[in-house]
Design a protein. Structure first.
Ligand code: NAD
Length: 456
């Protein structure tokens, strides 16, 4: 249905005209994007409601609002980021100046998942526009309604030769990945990330991979247990656990386990009521496949809270699972749903050792009031990023890059990091013609002695 080759060809011709290199052009497009989102905020939130039953508050907080903030920040800083940067020049290059130019890659492919289907499509697009690229966006087929709104908003307000949306499933993805792009930005699962990287390697296309994994949440005996319980419940059950950086599992020091679980139960009831599956604001699981996968994971331990489900609405209530071990089925895959398995520990050393035996997580959360333990965890566990005494919120900022490491991905974005991700840094040394020091030219004679004095 889509003639992908033709879209790419049109984008390439447009890119070669050079209009996207103009900063005013980029700012104008970012302003249009911002206006279109504001004007269609309600339609976007309705689509998110249909796809995931997200409450308007959650949709604004984690999707629409986040993206608007990011556009505003980018517009404000873009002239500075995009300008030529003068850097120091070593003495060996006497009488020259060094500059770094940020230039767009060209045609970029942005592939996004279904869990935050608006934000995870538009946030990378902001970086791509800001850096002066053309983009083909491929949203997830599972978040059908949101993908349709994105398609409508983009096609009505942007030229296809600058930004195009391609919808569809596996076949469309395959066809897209056969083409040569200048950059691929992929957000999704680890297995599909590998497929994307393999396809990109055929064209030596650089990639950013924003993947997932099992993000630990650690609570030690010095933590403020009440606040920890509240913030863990919020972060875990936001979007019914379908968040890439959700606390996947809980590791709690034995001495505070009962107190923490007691408090978490209280907060779940306070936030979602006695019957979360009848709460109009409680999100649903995206589709039957994931719903059934999660139901089978409920058997991995002893349900000490929740465990109710509604197979008509695909909702599963916030659930806490006890008597779980590292061999349990739920510990073998990313949960991506509202089930929190609880493991106990005696010493922090155990935690560091066991987490490091597993793939590097996307996020890690530590609840503690002990500065030494905080330093120990940050220094000795590999993970993408995280919070001390909170969950999730480290990604909701334009001031720090967000991304994974190892199995949880490569590259980062948000704020300036998005601009940098979508820009090639072209380094230029400009030499003066006033003086030409003969040192580097053969015959070298005694030049080495002098060189050694300069280069040491
Ligand atoms: P997914 O990997 O199944 O799909 C992501 C995208 O890839 C979609 O556009 C989909 O259409 C496409 N795709 C699916 N199968 C494909 C194939 N065989 N070949 C080519 N393309 C294919 O991921 P998902 O289920 O949509 O999202 C959930 C995963 O995404 C979780 O692992 C989660 O942790 C991760 N995630 C990561 C982040 C992050 O920022 N790091 C954010 C959200 C989700």
């Amino acid at each position: 249905m889509y003639n992908i080759k033709e879209i790419i060809e049109k984008q390439r011709l447009f890119f070669e005209e050079g209009r996207t290199k103009d900063i005013d052009f980029r700012i104008e497009k970012l302003k249009i994007l911002r206006r279109v989102i504001i004007e269609n905020e309600q339609e976007i939130m309705e689509a998110l409601k249909k796809d995931l039953n997200k409450a308007d508050f959650e949709s604004y907080e984690t999707e629409v609002g986040l993206v608007l903030e990011e556009i505003k920040y980018t517009i404000r800083h873009l002239p500075n980021w995009a300008g030529r940067k003068r850097v120091k020049t070593p003495l060996t290059h006497f009488l020259s100046r060094s500059y770094m130019y940020s230039e767009p890659y060209g045609i970029t492919l942005i592939m996004s998942p279904w869990n935050y289907p608006f934000q995870l499509t538009i946030a990378p697009l902001i970086g791509a526009i800001a850096a002066g690229n053309c983009s083909i966006i491929k949203p997830s087929e599972y978040s059908y309604h949101t993908s349709a709104v994105i398609d409508k908003l983009i096609s009505e307000n942007f030229d296809e030769y600058h930004i195009a949306v391609v919808k569809g499933g596996r076949e469309v993805n395959k066809t897209l990945l056969e083409e040569k792009f200048d950059y691929i930005f992929f957000t999704g699962s680890v297995p599909v990330g590998k497929i994307v990287m393999e396809a990109a390697s055929k064209h030596l296309t650089p990639v950013t991979l924003e993947l997932g994994g099992k993000s630990p949440c650690i609570v030690d005996e010095t933590a403020n247990i009440d606040l920890a319980a509240k913030r863990i419940v919020w972060g875990k059950f936001l979007n019914a656990g379908q968040t890439c950086v959700a606390p996947d599992y809980l590791m709690v020091q034995s001495s505070v386990k009962d107190k923490l679980i007691h408090k978490m139960k209280e907060y779940i009831t306070e936030f979602y009521g006695e019957s979360p599956c009848n709460n109009v604001d409680y999100p649903k699981i995206i589709n039957d496949k994931h719903f059934n996968r999660l139901l089978s994971l409920l058997k991995s331990g002893n349900i000490i809270f929740g465990g109710e489900c509604n197979d008509k609405t695909n909702q599963i209530s916030p659930t806490i699972l006890d008597t779980v071990t590292w061999d349990s089925a739920i510990m073998q895959e990313e949960i991506f749903g509202p089930i929190l398995p609880v493991l106990e520990f005696e010493s922090l050393g155990e935690v560091i050792s066991v987490v490091n035996k597993h793939p590097k997580p996307l996020a890690l959360y530590l609840f503690t009031n002990d500065n030494e333990r905080e330093k120990n965890v940050i220094k000795n566990i590999f993970f993408g990023g995280g919070c001390i005494n909170d969950t999730i919120v480290h990604l909701a900022t334009s001031y720090m890059p967000f991304g994974g490491v190892g199995d949880s991905g490569m590259g980062g974005y948000h704020g300036k990091a998005s601009f940098d991700t979508f820009s090639h840094k072209k380094s230029i040394l400009k030499k003066s013609n006033l003086l030409d020091i003969p040192l580097r030219y053969p015959p070298y004679k005694e030049h080495l002695k002098l060189l050694k004095k300069i280069m040491r």
